[in-house]
Design a binder for this molecule. Structure first.
Ligand code: DLL
Length: 434
């Protein structure tokens, strides 16, 4: 039997759902026009007034919002609510040193908890689940998003956060954990450690896992299920829209339901920006129709996928999206952390010894993402004392690691080692087979 959290909303007939979406979109257009200078200016520039939104298809008259807009209005310029009503911020990496900030009112935290509770229920969780949240807690939305959703569902919530793998495994056993929430790569790492530590699947009570925050494949799903003895579900989301719980697979696992009464999806051609129909692959765009803190209109996620035009057997009427098959920008996700090559470049070039040639090599070793940067340095430095070279390397590793919030290894190479390109320089070599 299908396990719903809010059956009335999740199975709402399309016509009623679309009426609700239109009402919310109209309210949103008026709200941001009144409250947010950025949107008022943008709407004035495109000659559109809130009253012009008469039907859902009028959405395409509204302007797009990009990550660059969030950066230009850093940190609080995109908020529509007054600062005294904002109760939380989260943030993820931006293309430069600046963070991409998201602000939440209590209304938004409640919506987020609800869509996460729906997501957990869609994955078969209930009040009697024991949920180990091994997404990172902090500015990243994974930990707190899953945490609040799990509590809202009424499940027993373990705020394990990521890392300390041995202790996590001990808790799986002793606390009788039924549900694991973490990145798919950390799930595989946990599985390997489990074997090393001599645990067997039968030592645990694991039933399901909600994995996301980075791209993964059906092959990874099978491996995780096999090694951990649970059913693995795909959960998707992004901080700008709310965090995890924008969409979630149900037991049918033929795509992830987008919680459409809160997030209005579109697929566009990333070049022409024209909306594309169901089944066509393109860039996913969201309008948040119920948030009040930092609602976004037609936010370009840069994630590539398509929408599935088939009703799901689970009875939910909310549209499904396919897995994310790539991005229309150069953002990398390394161990669940969003990294832009431009952040690495800026950190490298703060040091004068560095030549403007480098290559970022990403690999997955023992299911953990590793990043090595090959950097050309001036030839004379190689004849320098080894100690000086070592110091330079450590300093650079520190600079880059702190710019992108993950550890990196720097490898110095002599001038001319990195292949020069006739066209675009190949800055990133991603060896991960996902
Ligand atoms: O990763 C939110 C999240 C946390 C989702 C936990 C799921 C579970 P950000 O750090 O803002 O937020 O990164 C968002 O991560 O635009 C996608 O490119 C990627 N992403 C998230 N979930 C998936 C997924 C969180 N299931 C960016 N499959 C998004 C593929 C994913 N990519």
């Amino acid at each position: 039997m299908t396990n719903y959290y809010e059956k009335e909303f999740e199975t709402m007939p399309r016509a009623i759902l679309e009426r609700l979406q239109l009402e919310r979109l109209q309210t949103l257009a008026g709200y941001v026009y009144e409250k947010c200078d950025f949107y008022r200016k943008k709407m004035d520039e495109s000659g559109i007034k809130p009253a012009d939104i008469k039907r859902l298809s009028d959405l395409k008259k509204l302007p797009f919002t990009t990550k660059q807009d969030l950066r230009d209005n850093y940190p609080y310029g995109m908020f529509s609510a007054s600062m005294s009503d904002i109760v939380r911020v989260h943030a993820s990496s931006g293309t430069t040193g600046k963070l991409t900030v998201a602000g939440y009112t209590q209304n938004d935290i409640d919506i987020w908890s609800t869509v996460m509770a729906r997501s957990l229920a869609a994955g078969g969780c209930s009040r009697s689940s024991i949920i180990n949240v091994a997404y990172g807690y902090g500015l990243f939305t994974g930990g707190l998003g899953a945490h609040y959703g799990s509590e809202q569902l009424g499940a027993l919530t373990i705020p394990a956060s990521s890392g300390n793998t041995k202790r996590q495994l001990q808790m799986f056993k002793d606390f009788k954990v039924t549900t694991l929430c973490c990145t798919p790569s950390y799930a595989l790492y946990l599985a390997d450690e489990m074997e090393k530590e001599g645990y067997k699947i039968s030592d645990f009570n694991l039933e399901q896992g909600l994995f996301g925050a980075e791209p993964w494949s059906e092959e990874m799903r099978l491996q995780i299920q096999d090694k951990l003895g649970l059913k693995a579900y795909n959960i998707y989301g992004l901080s700008e829209i709310i965090g995890p719980g924008v969409s979630m697979e149900c037991e049918c696992q033929c795509g992830s339901h987008i919680w459409e009464d809160h997030f209005l999806p579109e697929i566009i051609d990333p070049e022409t920006l024209e909306p594309l129909g169901y089944g066509k692959q393109g860039e996913l765009v969201f309008t948040t129709i119920s948030k009040t803190g930092m609602p976004l209109i037609r936010y370009r996620t840069r994630d590539l996928c398509s929408l599935i035009d088939e009703p799901c057997k689970c009875g939910r009427t909310h549209v499904c999206m396919t897995r994310i098959i790539g991005r229309s920008d150069d953002m990398l996700i390394i161990g669940g952390v969003n990294v832009f090559p431009s952040q690495i470049e800026s950190a490298l070039f703060t040091m004068k010894e560095i030549e403007p040639h480098y290559q970022i090599i990403v690999d997955r070793v023992n299911n953990l993402d590793k990043i090595e940067i090959q950097v050309e340095i001036k030839d004379e430095l190689f004849s320098d004392e080894v100690k000086n070279l070592q110091n330079l390397k450590s300093q650079l590793e520190k600079n880059v690691s702190s710019a992108i919030s993950i550890g990196v290894k720097i490898h110095f190479v002599s001038r001319g080692t990195i292949e020069r390109s006739q066209g675009k320089a190949v800055r990133v070599i991603d060896k991960r087979r996902i």
